[in-house]
Design a protein around this ligand. Structure first.
Ligand code: CMP
Length: 140
């Protein structure tokens, strides 16, 4: 399997509870390498642009308000099959459905406040990485 990069976001519910280190440990234990990382406060406009694909969904407004409610940690994870591996480590979107040992099972509060975001495919990974990071910030 090829080495890939994927975009991860540690969401406000997790940064508020000081869980960045515990979540990063799960990525690293799974063999994912954090090759770029920054803690930032998103504006409503930036959150809206990032989640534009969901703009017609009923939860879009709530999702943008939540993502702009406290700092997030944006990061690039690298590894063999990193996109699928990250989704495995995160667990199902709804923590009620997440497998034991996954980030969402252990830390998520609800479907909306679900602690982490991860890209779902190679094209979205490339777009989402470019949304947060310049090439100079990716040091491998
Ligand atoms: P994420 O992987 O970041 O992608 C889109 C997000 O929308 C998702 O995680 C959830 O946090 C959120 N989301 C999806 N479905 C719902 C829902 N029914 N109600 C509230 N938020 C949702």
């Amino acid at each position: 399997m090829a080495t890939e990069r994927t975009l991860s976001i540690i969401k406000p519910d997790a940064t508020r509870r000081n869980l960045t280190g515990k979540i990063n440990a799960k990525f690293e234990e799974a063999g994912l390498r954090i090759v770029a990382q920054k803690r930032i406060q998103l504006t409503m406009d930036q959150a809206g642009k990032f989640y534009e694909v969901h703009k017609d969904r009923p939860f879009y407004g709530e999702l943008c308000e939540f993502m702009a409610s406290a700092p997030v940690v944006a990061q690039v994870l690298e590894g063999e099959g990193a996109i699928a591996k990250n989704r495995e480590v995160m667990g199902a979107t709804n923590p009620a459905d997440a497998a034991d040992g996954t980030i969402r099972k252990d830390f998520a509060l609800s479907m909306g406040e679900n602690s982490v975001h991860g890209s779902d495919a190679p094209d979205t990974a490339a777009q989402e990485i470019a949304f947060f990071f310049s090439g100079l910030e990716l040091v491998g």
